[in-house]
Design a protein around this ligand. Structure first.
Ligand code: NI
Length: 137
């Protein structure tokens, strides 16, 4: 664990009041914890912008009865095999499936995989949720 350093900042009173209200509602135990969270969010955002290696989840919603759809999803994952760590499948109802694909790799390649999956004919909805591998934040 890194050494802890104490810092002080200057801030307008009314901004601080609003900030304290916000972090109380969100349940942060201290200002320090809330500010650390914000700083880490900014660092993760910079990783995304710089095309760093990140971790993420691609969520797919589709009807497994659609012709070739399931096969195309599997093929896309094999095409980007270096990125895919694992996937989880849930049968939401008689028609609809949810698949969560856990990925790790350069941002640009993960976005390419997401686009490839989104473009499969018959896909209902997709979401790419990006986070960090935990390094550098
Ligand atoms: Ni299913």
């Amino acid at each position: 664990m890194s050494k802890i350093t104490r810092i002080s900042i200057s801030i307008e009173e009314d901004v601080l009041e609003h900030f304290d209200e916000l972090i109380q509602r969100q349940g942060f135990p201290t200002r320090s914890e809330a500010i650390k969270h914000l700083i880490r969010s900014a660092l993760v955002q910079r990783q995304w912008e710089e095309g760093a290696v990140i971790a993420g989840v691609i969520t797919l919603i589709y009807d497994h009865h659609k012709s070739q759809l399931t096969q195309r999803i599997v093929e896309a994952q094999h095409d980007f095999g270096d990125l895919v760590i694992c996937s989880q499948h849930a049968h939401l109802d008689h028609h609809n499936c949810m698949e969560n694909i856990i990925v790790r790799g350069p941002v640009g390649q993960i976005q390419q995989l997401h686009h490839a999956l989104s473009a499969i004919k018959g896909m209902k909805h997709t979401v790419l949720s990006m986070t960090t591998t935990g390094h550098g934040v």
